[in-house]
Each structure stands twice: as structure tokens, then as C-alpha cells.
Design a protein around this ligand. Sequence first.
Ligand SMILES: NC(=O)c1ccc[n+]([C@@H]2O[C@H](COP(=O)([O-])OP(=O)(O)OC[C@H]3O[C@@H](n4cnc5c(N)ncnc54)[C@H](OP(=O)(O)O)[C@@H]3O)[C@@H](O)[C@H]2O)c1
Length: 238
Amino acid sequence: MGEQRVALVTGGAVGIGAGISERLAADGFEVIVTGRRAGVAAEMAERIGGRSLAFDVSDHAATVAAIQGAGRIDVLVNNAGWDHFDWFTDLPYETMRKLVAINLEGVLSCTQAALPSMQEHRWGRVITIGSEAGRIGSKGNAVYAACKAAAVGFSMSIARENARFGITANVVAPGPIETPLLREMTPHAIEVVTNQTQMKRLGTPEECAAAVSYLASEAAGYVTGEVLAVSGGMHLGG
Ligand SMILES: NC(=O)c1ccc[n+]([C@@H]2O[C@H](COP(=O)([O-])OP(=O)(O)OC[C@H]3O[C@@H](n4cnc5c(N)ncnc54)[C@H](OP(=O)(O)O)[C@@H]3O)[C@@H](O)[C@H]2O)c1
């Protein structure tokens, strides 16, 4: 077997990210768990035998310094995200800026920092956690949805620019998944989104992690510029 591959998972200690960190460690990757809360990230890293880093993805300089200081990165999972629910007309400008800074600029900064290592090793996977909100929209979620839609155009462009280096770029688009982020919604809103799925249930972090595991694998080397929804068929409507 060759050298152990390294996967960096932003927001990798909580919710969907925790599922992804655990799964990629089980798949044989050395996992770098990141988050804003150093202790929480370190605890998860210890549990799965990986490393941890603490930085805020909305701080470009700190993000680039942390990721480039981490050494070799083969797989980047852009998972860190944040949501705030409000009608768009009521959304304060500062909140709008924060949503864009974390959900879109964070993806750009992490990807720009991680790509040189993948290009050098002529192999890589950029996997961004989008959302069904980016495809079908979501009430009270307009800026978040805009960022998630933008992540698709970004990922497709990264796929085009980096195929020559053996690097793929794909999006995993979850529907409603049982995590701390989802629990920010009211019980009524959770019931509404659950009913929008064909499966009539919430998804799990493990189900999202299985999609990431596939896209990170050798077997997915011919899959790029794709959006894989893990949403119980939410986009089908009806
Ligand atoms: N849950 C859902 O229903 C759902 C649906 C569609 C898409 N998604 C997407 O899936 C991803 C994970 O969501 P989740 O539900 O697992 O969320 P979560 O439970 O709220 O966890 C969010 C993670 O992101 C990290 N994070 C947040 N802001 C950050 C920042 N500024 N810098 C660095 N790390 C930051 C958090 O770490 P710290 O707490 O340490 O900062 C935490 O680990 C997000 O991209 C989200 O948009 C979720």
C-alpha cells in the first residue's frame, strides 16, 4: 500500500462533519478535523486517530495559513457552514455578510489553500457540502441558498481547471439532516421540510458521509463536476 492519504474536513467535529470525519478515518485516510472550537476539534481528532486545527473559515488569512501549514492535503471536504433564518427583507446587512463569509468565501479560501498540494501530487478530491436549498430555494434562507448555489458553479469551475492534475471537484447536497444546525429550526419548520422529502424522514450524517466516502475514493476518479443529492428525493416535489 502507498502513503496514507490525508483528508481535511472543515467543521469536522459536529453534525454532518463528524459523520464524514469518522467515515473517512474508517476508510483509511489520516483525517484533519477543523472547527472554530479547538477543544471540540481536538477531541474528535483524538477519537479517530487524526489531527486537528482551529480556524475560522471566514478569516481568509488565518484559513490559508492553517491549511498550508498542515502539509499534504489529498482530500478537502468543505463542510463548515452556518445558517440564520429570517425573511430576506428583514435580514440585517451584517448577518448577510456573515452568511456569505462563512458559506461561500470560506469554501473559496479553503479550496485555494488546499489545491496546490493536490496539484503537486497529481491527485485530489475537492468535495463541497452544498444543500438542496441551493437548487430549490428555501424560505427564510435566501442568502444561505444563494451561497449553496454559488458553490455548485464554483465546484464545476474547479473541476474544469483541475482535471489535468487528476483532481475531481464535486458537491454533496443534503436535504434535512438530523444535526445541531437543523435543530435551530422550529419544530413546525422541521416538520415542513421533512414532508418535502419523498422518504418522509430526516437524513443522517452517516448517509451524507457515505456519499463523501464514494466521491473521495479511487473508484470515483471519473466523476467530476457533479452534484450528488442526499435528500430523500426532496427536489422531486409533490
Ligand atoms: N443539517 C442539515 O439539514 C443540512 C442540510 C443541507 C446542508 N447542510 C450543510 O452541511 C454542512 C454541515 O452542517 P451541519 O448541519 O452538520 O451543521 P452544524 O451541526 O451546525 O455544524 C457546523 C460545523 O461547521 C463549523 N463552523 C461553523 N462556522 C464556522 C466558521 N466560521 N469557521 C469554521 N468552522 C465553522 C462548526 O464548528 P465550530 O462549532 O467549532 O465552529 C461545526 O463543526 C453545512 O455546510 C451545512 O450548510 C446541512
